[in-house]
Design a protein around this ligand. Structure first.
Ligand SMILES: Nc1ncnc2c1ncn2[C@@H]1O[C@H](COP(=O)(O)OP(=O)(O)OP(=O)(O)O)[C@@H](O)[C@H]1O
Ligand SMILES: Nc1ncnc2c1ncn2[C@@H]1O[C@H](COP(=O)(O)OP(=O)(O)OP(=O)(O)O)[C@@H](O)[C@H]1O
Ligand SMILES: [Mg+2]
Ligand SMILES: [Mg+2]
Lengths: 267, 267
């Protein structure tokens, strides 16, 4: 069965997109098939994979509006075994447009069900199947993020080792609990991922210690260290494994893939 | 006349809140009266100023819903001459709740007009007046940000010296142009602020050079360097001038205040 993981945190710039791309690539390099889905109107993940959002005639936006299927918009990436459902800037209007749609939180879930049905029908024309679906969320707790949480089983929360990061966690967990209660029983946090950790600074170490105290076993053993190769890779439309395979960034995301596999699909 | 500046960038984690707080403090230290307004449901600015959002019985949310006036919710901060209109987590629902309100983009502008009228009526009971109003926006181009853009005259765009930062600029400028055309003639970008600049990295220098090439004179001469004192200060609910007055962070924001004053109110 395909494991479905949402990468969410309403705080901006904490590494959701960077994690989605590079964890996906690390899993694909182990021979797993990975589908990335960009749910952010800012389309950073799409751009990170060297796809120009304004060159697309259809994107995840058209799927949410019911005008296309996910199978229509899936495309390969430069990493073997890793595909992407791209976003486009049109998605910015989606939350407002869909606010009064019936079953507005389930639209993505239903689209994914059709995608899985098509790929397992196995006539060879539909894309997939995949071992992992990784969903990149925007920095908000609005309708797009709620669609992601309703459609997946597991959540990874990248958390920057900074003060404001801890501030948002209570609300983040409330929203997960709400979706789990009303829309998606069984939804659970797979792990909290310390991200952009600058081990030289005292603040970083203090906040990291606090994160581990507060969240205990939920925190991944792997912390992603701050590494300029990770942001350079994005500027070249490459994963860190293509751009700087010997870097700390590559090592950290390979280690995270290991840990995600060990934690296994949630019971 | 009070200068009104919005700090906006739909990209997350680029330094909007940090700039709002510390530029405000730098101006207040020069004897100017400053009002900060937190328009982000995540309430980082509110927390940065040592106010607990969940302890408030009223916030900017109640003002947008028409249940309170700005004068009711203004409060002082630990910096003399600097006041704040706090946010609370209730604001998260505001965009959805107000989506069908008549004149939904003007709600903040009207509330500010009433505040200015009350303080210039000069009976001494109303707070203010102020020389500067600084509006902190959430990482999105939704209704809250549009309210900010409709209510101000000037915009400062903190821009991280990172690849994705440049990606969002075209759309950011489109939205400013749209608001300027339909809702707020005279709205203009006061300046682009290079933020979190890590001068040691090649990427940072390259992106900074690209920002200056692309935006020319719009870019502030002052760049805010990455400085751990700025994030440490936020974790103590202090401005950098209270926490680490000798730091690079303090020096950079003092220099920015100088430059903002020199550029003067836009003609
Ligand atoms: N470990 C890291 N080391 C260095 N730079 C990083 C690291 N992780 C991410 N970055 C850079 O920091 C910036 C923010 O990261 P990213 O875009 O992945 O965060 P995000 O949470 O997806 O942001 P948003 O909330 O805007 O979607 C990017 O420019 C990225 O290249
Ligand atoms: N120049 C700097 N040097 C070091 N840390 C910084 C600097 N500017 C901001 N930070 C830290 O980076 C993080 C993001 O900054 P900030 O919250 O100001 O960005 P933002 O644009 O307001 O984010 P959001 O989009 O989530 O509102 C914070 O933890 C802050 O303390
Ligand atoms: Mg992102
Ligand atoms: Mg902010």
């Amino acid at each position: 069965a395909m494991r479905r993981i949402a990468f969410m945190n309403q705080k901006g710039g904490v590494g959701k997109t960077t994690t989605c791309v590079n964890l996906g690539a690390a899993l694909a390099r182990r021979g797993l098939r990975v589908l990335l889905l960009d749910l952010d109107p800012q389309a950073n993940l799409t751009v990170h994979l060297d796809v120009r959002p304004d060159s697309l005639d259809r994107s995840v936006y058209d799927v949410l509006c019911g005008r296309a299927s996910l199978a229509d918009v899936v495309r390969p990436t430069s990493t073997l075994g890793m595909d992407v459902v791209p976003s486009s800037l049109d998605l910015a209007g989606a939350e407002m447009e869909l606010v009064s749609a019936v079953g507005r939180e389930q639209i993505l879930k239903d689209a994914l069900a059709r995608l899985e049905a098509a790929s397992s029908a196995g006539d060879g024309t539909a894309p997939g199947p995949w071992d992992f679906l990784l969903l990149d969320c925007p920095p908000s707790l609005g309708l797009l993020t709620v669609n992601a949480l309703t459609a997946v089983r597991e959540v990874i929360v990248p958390l920057q080792a900074e003060f404001f990061a801890l501030q948002g966690m209570a609300r983040l967990r409330d929203v997960i609990a709400l979706v789990e209660g009303r829309l998606n029983p069984g939804l659970a946090i797979l792990g909290i991922l310390p991200s952009m950790v600058d081990s030289r600074t005292t603040l970083s170490r203090e906040v990291l210690a606090e994160i581990r105290t507060y969240f205990g076993a939920a925190v991944f053993g792997t912390a992603i260290r701050r590494n300029v190769k990770l942001s350079e890779a994005s500027s070249h439309g490459r994963t860190v494994f293509e751009y700087a395979p010997g870097s700390n960034g590559a090592a950290d995301y390979a280690a995270l893939a290991e840990e995600v596999l060990r934690r296994g699909a949630l019971a």
